[in-house]
Ligand binder design. Sequence first.
Ligand code: DAT
Ligand code: MG
Length: 152
Amino acid sequence: MQMETTLIILKPDAVQRGLMGKVITRFEDKGLRIAGAKLMMVPRDLAERHYGEHKGKPFFDGLIKFVTSSPVLVLAIEGDEAITVCRKLIGATNGKKAEAGTIRGDLGLSGGMNLVHGSDGPESAQRELALWFKESELVRYQKSVEAWVYEA
Ligand code: DAT
Ligand code: MG
């Protein structure tokens, strides 16, 4: 097993559309564990640091405006290969192109307002978790159902 923690953000459109429960359920149903959660308005400097790799791109200003416009729900999610598994559950960037069965493929039609962020690799996960959570805000525990999720 390769236990990993990944940074997931339910973006303003997910919160405003009342889809938080549905989206969290996707991750829980998969067998993943919530290790941290907070609802917050995103300060502009945090949004810019989080999306730093996209600075200078044509959609950057709109992206920052969008993620700072209304609250987000920030999650740390744990599980075997959680980073890749969550990216698969989330689906391709544009909701119109994302496969049916994925969160974006089932719930959205937009390229910019695409409901969920998920770290795209181990380095991003580490960097993003450190940006959004203090170590003391991450809760380490086991769920007894995991005995029925993972083979011994
Ligand atoms: P992802 O969120 O799938 O990792 P990304 O890292 O390439 O996608 O881009 C970050 C976010 O920026 C993405 O979730 C939505 C927005 N974005 C990306 N490309 C865009 C585009 N061509 N037009 C508008 N928004 C875009
Ligand atoms: Mg990305």
